[in-house]
Structure formats: structure tokens, C-alpha cells
Design a protein around this ligand. Sequence first.
Ligand code: DGY
Length: 323
Amino acid sequence: MKIFISGMIPESGIEMLKKEGCEVEVWSGKQLSEKELIDKCKDADGYINVMTPVTANFLKQSSHLKVISTFSVGFNHIDLSTATQLGIPVGNTPDVLSNATADVAFLLMLNVSRKAFYNYSKIRTGNWNQGFDAVSHLGQELNGKTLGIFGMGRIGIKMAEKCKGAYGMNIIYHNRNRHEQAEKELGAVYVSFDELLKQSDILSLHAPLSDDNKGLFNKHVFEKMKPNAILVNTARGAMVNEEDLVEALKNQQIWGAGLDVTDPEPIPKDHPLLTMESVAITPHIGSATVEARNAMSDLCAKNILAGLKGEKLPCVVNPEVYK
Ligand code: DGY
């Protein structure tokens, strides 16, 4: 069986596939175009996708694929309905990256609250002009603040646990469904979207990108937030209107923003967000720990091996394919 992988991934999953007799090709160049991808997958039985768009056209031209696994928990880059129509099961890598991603949300929150990246860049560029300064570099404390979670899923609850444990924060959340565990164990309170905006000192985004939330965090939303609020996004950049975010920060409608995801990625070098005082940006490193990435690699291999055998994938995102 032939497996094509559209980017470098940790060896452990590749080894697992090889042990089962698969022939594996790993692409190590720059991101492939749709045409190149179709060509690469023309003899493949399985495909591990590393954040490359999986379009309807690609799927139609590659309908021989027995299985696809994305090296991510998010699957907004995959045309799932076409995959399902063509009978191709698609897998992803949930759970194993939740802790690592929540760590980055926490890191961004704390970083922004103390303007850490901004102050560090002042040192690096030779602009730390006065030793101890009693009236500048001032941040805000996090103890007892209210954390609002938009999307209380596997990653959202980890962020809530960390914030409750470290700072005794009050947790509120907005989600499609109520989250019993969060309510019982963390005392999290379900609120409407407007209440979430109104009450959150830190608003952390953890929902999957959808048509409903694309661009949702725009000027109308920022207007409803607290002036001391910090927006944290480790989900998908497209949920936030970055032009409106710049304006909201300039006008002090909100206090700061910590972003692990931007739209586009990479963010342009001259983007105004990069020089703002209470902004911290990291390059989509939510799941970038050795532990999480190894586990993602293994999970991709398990998805692929199950798909090749015609078994249900351990983590399938289009279960309708089995109906
Ligand atoms: C995910 O797993 O969805 C992360 O954002 C990495 O792409």
C-alpha cells in the first residue's frame, strides 16, 4: 500500500506505517499546488495531509484514495462533504494536542497581561533606556478575573482548568451545547454570546472555524467587550477581523490580544499588530511539543492503517461515510 504525506511529520507514525508494509513518500518541499498534489496522490492508497487544502477537485481526481488523515485536529481545510460523497473516510488527531494548545493560550494570556513580547523586543532592539521604571511597562493582574471560553470543547476545558487552578478565575462559556463536566468540576457558567462579551476579562477562542463564526470577532463584537479585556485566539485566524482588531486596540476598546493563529499565515512582516504594546503573536505553535506532535503522527498512522483495512478510523470526522 502506498501512502503520501504532504509535509514532514515526526518519524514515529511513518515507522508504524512502514512496519505494516506500507511504502511511504514524504514531501519535504514547499506547499504543493492542487495539481501537484493530485499527481503525488495518483498511485496512493492513503494520504496524510499536513495543512494543505483538500479541495473538491482534488478529491474527485483522487477518488481511489481509501483513506485520508489530517495531521491536525481542525479540518476546515478539507471539503468533507465531497469526501463523504466519494466514500472516503477522513481522520484527524484530537485530544493528544489539547493540553499543548491550552498551554499556548495560557502563555499568550499571561504574556499579553504583562506585555512580555513587547518589552522583550525593546531590549533586543536596544530600546531599554532606563533600568527600573516605576510608571511604565505596566500590565494587569489575572487573579480572580473572569475567563470567557468561546467553544467549550477539549481544548477550551483545558484552558479553563489551567486558569482556575493558577488564578482562581471565574469561568463563563458560550457553546453550541452545555458542558456538564465544566459546570460540575469548574463551576463554569453557560452564558449567551453577548454576556460572554460583556463579562469576560479574558476571552479565549477554542471553537472550530465554521461559516457561522468566520469573521465573527469584528468591530461590533469589540465594541461590546470590556476595555481591560484580552482576546486570545489559538483556534483559527479567520475568526477574527484583524483590521477591526487593530482599531479596537488603538481606540482602547479592548486592552490586548494574544494570537497563535492569524489570517493569513504567516502574518505580513509589516502588520501593525506586530508592533503593538499589548499584543503577543506566535506562529501557530499550539500543538508544537515533542509529545503532542509524536502522538499526532501515531494517530495519523492508526487512522490510515484502519482505513486501509476497511475498518472504522479511530478518529473519524465524517462518520456519515459509514452509513
Ligand atoms: C490543529 O491541529 O488544528 C492545529 O491548529 C494544527 O494545525
